[in-house]
Design a binder for this molecule. Structure first.
Ligand SMILES: NC(=O)c1ccc[n+]([C@@H]2O[C@H](COP(=O)([O-])OP(=O)(O)OC[C@H]3O[C@@H](n4cnc5c(N)ncnc54)[C@H](OP(=O)(O)O)[C@@H]3O)[C@@H](O)[C@H]2O)c1
Length: 321
């Protein structure tokens, strides 16, 4: 991966060119770079799937945004750059009072977590939710949003420093799944079992967490950051009336459009009201994007990692035409 000058992204119908101020790393960025994602991207390409910035120019038929609007949004690739052209439909205005770093950090992790908790697990007030990989991007968003829904959260992650971040973010209980017996500790700490599990990690933790659920529990499969897809004995599901359901963003948006719209409106309101604040743990300049991606791959970061293209408060120089 190199940082170099390339031509300005072309603007076409339906597209908006955004001057990127900050971009956020998501786990799939690593998979795409390693060519391990479901879809291969032809080389060369610009990585990066989540951004916040300022609208520079809109395509001929775009009426929803105008020059100067502060926006955040998602794209498949292209966000780790000074400019990106994305469909207008994938952009949202950043609420007043939210900076570009948090705007960039918000969309993917919080939407994934909220759909999983609100629409799939249907978390109720007072319930216990176990979040695996709780110190990661989707993980910390789930820790925060479980509390917003009035439920109690048990955060499971690797090592005391990562668990301390989860505690700081309001986790009611924590388990170090590297050193402790996950199943036993969940049962002890939740007075008999979890009502919900949010699982972005997979591997051996999934079955341990499933075994620690109470009757009628809802287990949401979100991803396999461990690289291992677990195989679950179905007798566990049968005996306790447990529901296991997947949440994959594209499928959910297509097939559960009403729930997706409601969740999105609620989330934006929470962000605008300051009731949710994405946890940005570290900010790298664009020149250090390789180090930033390596740190996420090494499990050395918590919450969201930001690539800052233009520091907050600095107005970029006009690009010569
Ligand atoms: N379903 C969807 O629509 C959707 C949307 C977004 C993301 N995802 C998926 O959700 C997962 C998490 O994404 P994210 O952006 O939150 O990633 P992230 O910030 O890197 O967090 C992943 C967490 O998984 C844990 N982990 C355990 N084993 C790991 C391993 N071998 N390598 C890396 N991490 C490991 C790490 O915590 P510890 O070190 O504490 O264990 C890490 O904090 C990914 O699988 C991603 O593809 C799915």
């Amino acid at each position: 991966m190199v940082v170099e000058d390339v031509p300005e992204p072309a603007l076409g119908p339906g597209l908006v060119r955004v001057g990127v101020r900050a971009a956020a790393i998501n786990f799939p960025d690593l998979l795409i770079l390693e060519n391990k994602y479901q879809v291969s991207v032809p080389l060369p390409f610009i990585p990066g799937s989540e951004l916040a910035g300022v609208v520079e120019e809109v395509g001929p038929d775009v009426t929803t945004f105008a020059h100067g609007d502060r926006v955040f949004g998602a794209t498949f690739v292209g966000a780790f750059a000074e400019q990106v052209a994305v469909p207008a439909a994938s952009l949202t205005r950043i609420p007043d009072g939210v900076d570009f770093r948090r705007g960039a950090a918000f969309g993917v992790a919080h939407s994934t977590a909220y759909h999983a908790l609100r629409s799939v697990a249907r978390v109720q007030v007072g319930e216990w939710v176990v979040v695996l990989g709780a110190a990661g991007g989707v993980g910390l968003a789930s820790v925060e949003l479980t509390q917003v829904l009035g439920a109690r959260v048990l955060a499971a992650a690797a090592g005391p420093e990562r668990l301390a971040v989860c505690r700081d973010r309001g986790a009611d209980a924590v388990v170090d799944y590297r050193d402790e017996d996950l199943k036993q500790r969940i049962k002890e700490l939740t007075d008999g079992g979890a009502d919900g599990v949010i699982d972005p990690v997979g591997g051996p933790y999934s079955e341990a967490a499933l075994r620690a659920m109470r009757w009628g529990g809802r287990f949401v499969c979100v991803g396999f950051a461990s690289g291992e897809i677990p195989r679950i004995p179905l007798n566990l599901v049968l005996l306790k009336g447990i529901t296991v359901q997947g949440l994959e963003m594209r499928g959910f948006l297509e097939h559960s459009a009403d729930d997706a719209r409601r969740d999105r409106e609620e989330l934006l309101e929470l962000l605008g009201a300051g009731r949710v604040t994405p946890h940005v743990s570290v900010v790298y300049p664009l020149d250090d994007v390789r180090d930033a991606l390596q740190a996420v791959a090494d499990r050395a970061t918590t919450g969201k990692v930001i690539i800052e293209i233009v520091p907050e408060g600095v107005v970029p120089e006009a690009v010569p035409g």
